[in-house]
Design a protein around this ligand. Structure first.
Ligand SMILES: Cc1cc2ncn([C@H]3O[C@H](COP(=O)(O)O)[C@@H](O)[C@H]3O)c2cc1C
Ligand SMILES: O=C(O)c1cccnc1
Length: 348
């Protein structure tokens, strides 16, 4: 599988240097647009273009179920995954609203929902009817884990072919903060209690139970931290693997990846463990309330753009942040330079 991703190009640092010099000629005090300037430079490095564009964005929402929900780790029943997929298809979910707001191409992929859903707009790439309960057995086979990454990779390539200039990944899967926390515990070698959170809003008591279930499951499954397929097969989620695959596709095409909250940042770590360098194409958009997000971010070495206290997923934080990222590109494209505006600075 590794060969599939060998083609991820290096970002062009020289392009970034040139854009940085150009930004210093724009009609504003040096550095005064702060992190927008940083973003513009990063986007230019990723896209290898002096005037990069992030419109239209592509949004891929991967949906799958989790057998671990049978251990009572979420505030909502498993059936909500399917119900929310129907809501996505009817345009009523938060990610639909924000996707419309930013003019995104939005696609919803069933990569493992526990029931069949018939809808002309749904992309059916179901690998299995939800994962197995990883407290009792492996979540899936190694082949299924590889297939899920491959499905994500192909969907990423397809939306880019349709014109997506940046990629937002979203997920829907009741129980997936449990799976993400387990993956993160393995990748970070941290104690589960330091990173587990309330997900959809479980009580303090259920949080203790959730941590205990994950702790015991990790002891039983014992995933190999150096084998990403083993981690996904043992405790992973199909949608998490799909997101990792789509991120690899984006990087291979020099398309910037707008990373959403906790779950997507864990998927980003999985992608990075598959191909180091994919992270150069990532912008982490927001800080999630989930305590594990901070840990995942420090492993990824990224600082989020906004902190609105979100804890939803679906790609919503990334979609909201798109306008800020677009501002960085418009600054480059549309601002006058001191020279063109006939404004002069004090000498030295
Ligand atoms: C109505 C509803 C809409 C959602 N949209 C995203 N999530 C988010 O919550 C779930 C993860 O939390 P946990 O691990 O606690 O189940 C995921 O589906 C995630 O996308 C939702 C959750 C619900 C209930
Ligand atoms: O930050 C996230 O990705 C998140 C947090 C809580 C529930 N669902 C998703």
């Amino acid at each position: 599988m590794k060969q599939l991703f060998e083609s991820i190009p290096k970002v062009n640092k020289e392009m970034g240097r040139q854009v940085s010099e150009y930004i210093n000629t724009l009609t504003k005090p040096i550095g005064s647009l702060g992190r927008l300037e940083e973003l513009a430079i990063k986007l230019a490095e990723m896209k290898n273009e002096a005037f990069p564009s992030v419109t239209p964005p592509g949004v891929l929402v991967f949906a799958a179920d989790h057998g671990i929900t049978h251990e009572g780790v979420s505030a909502y029943p498993q059936a909500v995954t399917e119900q929310m997929v129907r809501n996505f298809l009817n345009g009523g979910a938060a990610i639909n609203v924000f996707s419309r707001q930013i003019g995104a191409l939005l696609e919803v992929i069933d990569i493992g929902v526990a029931n069949d859903i018939e809808h002309e707009s749904l992309i059916n790439k179901k690998i299995r009817y939800g994962t197995a309960n990883f407290y009792r057995e492996n979540a899936m086979s190694r082949e299924e884990a590889e297939q899920a990454i491959e499905v994500g990779y192909q969907q990423g390539l397809q939306i880019i072919k349709k014109g997506a200039q940046c990629l937002i990944l979203g997920e829907m899967g009741i129980g997936n903060t449990t799976s993400s926390s387990a993956i993160l515990a393995v990748l970070s070698n941290r104690d589960i209690s330091s990173l587990v959170g309330k997900g959809t809003g479980i009580s303090d008591e259920t949080l203790v139970h959730k941590a205990e279930i994950i702790k015991q499951a990790l002891e039983r499954r014992s995933p190999n931290p150096n084998d990403h397929i083993d981690i996904i097969a043992k405790v992973g989620g199909l949608e998490i693997a799909g997101i990792a695959g789509a991120m690899l596709a984006a990087a291979s095409k020099r398309v910037p990846i707008l990373v959403d909250g906790f779950i997507c940042t864990v998927a980003a770590l999985v992608a990075k463990s598959i191909f180091h360098g994919v992270d150069d194409y990532m912008i982490v958009t927001h800080q999630s309330i989930e305590p594990g997000h901070q840990i995942a971010l420090s492993l990824l070495g990224k600082k989020p753009i906004i902190d609105l206290g979100l804890r939803l997923g679906e790609g919503t934080g990334a979609a909201i942040s798109h306008s800020i990222i677009q501002s960085a590109t418009l600054m480059l494209k549309e601002m006058a330079t001191f020279h063109s505006a006939g404004i002069s600075k004090n000498d030295k």
